[in-house]
Design a binder for this molecule. Structure first.
Ligand code: SAH
Length: 251
């Protein structure tokens, strides 16, 4: 197995593949103003195994297309949708977020939790805007500085890993420049990182290493995840995920 296949294997049996929470997805729905509307068309981009997709399908009267690059995540999502009686609302689609399978102006909303960084916040928001109806909603969670200043070690780390890391006000300015009007913002509480994501991930390390016979590549992936967790534990006051809800303005 190559590194990407190993990473997918580590994350495939998780309930989520990044920080987040059902309550926080519901909060984003409340801020979107879409509740109570009928027959919505929504995409969940970089859906993983669908933690957010299932909440959206439950909270909104919508047909949701859940898009991810990795079919193994989508299989888990489809099974969970069947088990929850939500299959008629959720369609899975293996596709890249850089070439989404939608027509211009087709969607009422695009949700994407912890995934837009794969193409970059600005490139993603710019490209996805075209798939939204006028007044359509973009709701994304994204790595964000929680304070104006931060330790230089942390700043150097994230600038190298993800140069678009920035404060919420700067991210909102990007959205405004691209033709969105911000309608809501909050940052994910620590529980979304620790209890919902990192702790379950950590509990899967032994099984993952056993499945791969302790192969060096598998051990390296676990070590990298441990480093990421340690970074969060040390510096969690300074960075997190911001949840941005914005409305498309103009055509
Ligand atoms: N939204 C989910 C998953 C977040 S992890 C959750 O919050 O749990 C990021 C997801 O983006 C992964 O499922 C990964 O497979 C997917 N992804 C990465 N690059 C992608 C791309 N180019 N196109 C579509 N999905 C991609």
């Amino acid at each position: 197995m190559d590194d990407l296949a190993l990473l997918v294997d580590l994350h495939a049996d998780g309930a989520r593949q990044g920080p987040g929470g059902a309550e926080e997805t519901r909060l984003s729905v409340a801020l979107s103003g879409l509740a109570g509307r009928a027959g919505l068309r929504i995409a969940d981009v970089g859906c993983g195994t669908g933690a957010a997709t299932l909440v959206l399908a439950d909270a909104l009267d919508a047909r949701i297309t859940a898009v991810d690059l990795h079919p193994v995540f989508l299989e888990t999502l489809a099974a969970a949708a069947r088990a929850a009686g939500l299959s008629d609302r959720i369609t899975t689609r293996a596709a890249s977020m850089e070439a989404l399978p939608f027509a211009p102006g087709e969607l009422d909303a695009i949700w994407s939790e912890g995934a837009i960084y794969n193409m970059g916040f600005e490139a993603g928001a710019a490209a996805w805007r075209g798939f939204l109806k006028p007044g359509g909603i973009l709701a994304v969670s994204e790595l964000t500085w929680l304070t104006d200043r931060r330790p230089s070690e942390l700043e150097a780390h994230w600038h190298a890993q993800y140069p678009e890391v920035d404060t919420a006000s700067a991210k909102m300015a990007v959205l405004e420049r691209l033709g969105f009007s911000p309608v809501g913002y909050f940052s994910l509480p620590e529980r979304c990182w620790l209890e919902n994501y990192y702790e379950p991930l950590r509990r899967r390390f032994p099984g993952f290493l056993a499945r791969h016979g302790g192969a060096p590549a598998a051990r390296a992936i676990v070590a990298a995840e441990e480093d990421e967790i340690a970074l969060y534990e040390r510096y969690r006051g300074y960075f997190g995920y911001g949840y941005y809800i914005a409305r498309k303005v103009g055509d």
